[in-house]
Design a protein around this ligand. Structure first.
Ligand code: 1GP
Length: 235
């Protein structure tokens, strides 16, 4: 059986557009889990589970609930090592490359090792780049790091390339949950041209029109949380 990462590569080579829904265990209502999944568009290919502040037990319960109602790959997108649970299929092992806080460059990773080495969960090293979305994001607040301004395209490209050279398997451009301004098309297309690994884009995408623009600019996978959670996604 192919790994989740191999399937992502295969889907990209088949020009499939990948759409992940980000589910925050802190706000997810387990009793409405099945209804929530039914409300999502057919296009959804992956479920991401995580948030900046959620606790492990809620993450596990959320994943158990999602597993009952969905066959989509379940990927942890953890805010910290405490959120790691072996019940997910894979984990984005995130390095916050835009920041200079060792806690999110190596410390949380060390804390994760004793948990991860006893599981079969697929580990996907991911270069995570926070970009200014027009307001302070939870990532910025929790990580105590600054996002890169949208006009610093060279710095964003070089940060993504540094991630690739470090051996990351994905690059994730993040404007922050509920961003006022999503990552702009120019940044997406320039980073896509520069790197050879799959490109994820998330934060502040709220409509089918924007989703298509982000794909057209070069995103391989788009991540949407808030607009689906609040059922405000414009079709
Ligand atoms: C946040 O990129 C994700 O980590 C999703 O952002 O909640 O704004 O869709 P939104």
């Amino acid at each position: 059986m192919n790994s989740i990462y191999e399937n992502i590569l295969q889907d990209i080579s088949n020009r499939k557009q990948l759409l992940a829904v980000l589910i925050d265990p802190e706000t997810f209502q387990i009793e409405n889990g099945s209804l929530f999944l039914k409300s999502l568009p057919q296009q959804v290919t992956h479920l991401f589970v995580g948030g900046s502040t959620s606790e492990n037990n809620k993450t596990s319960d959320t994943i158990q609930c999602l597993k009952k109602c969905s066959k989509l790959p379940l990927i942890l997108f953890p805010g910290d090592a405490k959120q790691i649970t072996s019940t997910a299929n894979a984990i984005l092992f995130l390095s916050l490359l835009s920041g200079r806080n060792p806690e999110y460059l190596i410390e949380q990773h060390l804390k994760a090792v004793p948990i991860l080495k006893n599981t079969h969960i697929e580990i996907i090293p991911t270069g995570y780049i926070l970009i200014d979305g027009g307001k302070e994001s939870a990532v910025e607040r929790v990580s105590k790091t600054k996002p890169i301004a949208q006009n610093q395209i060279k710095k964003i490209i070089n940060t993504a390339l540094a991630g690739q050279y470090l051996g990351k398997k994905l690059i994730y451009l993040e404007a922050g949950s509920g961003a006022l301004h999503r990552v702009n098309n120019k940044i997406i297309s320039e980073v896509k041209k520069a790197v050879q690994i799959p490109l994820l884009v998330g934060g502040g995408i709220t409509s089918a029109k924007e989703l298509q623009e982000v794909f057209n600019a070069g995103a391989d996978m788009v991540v949407i949380g808030t607009a689906f959670e609040t059922q405000t996604f414009e079709m």
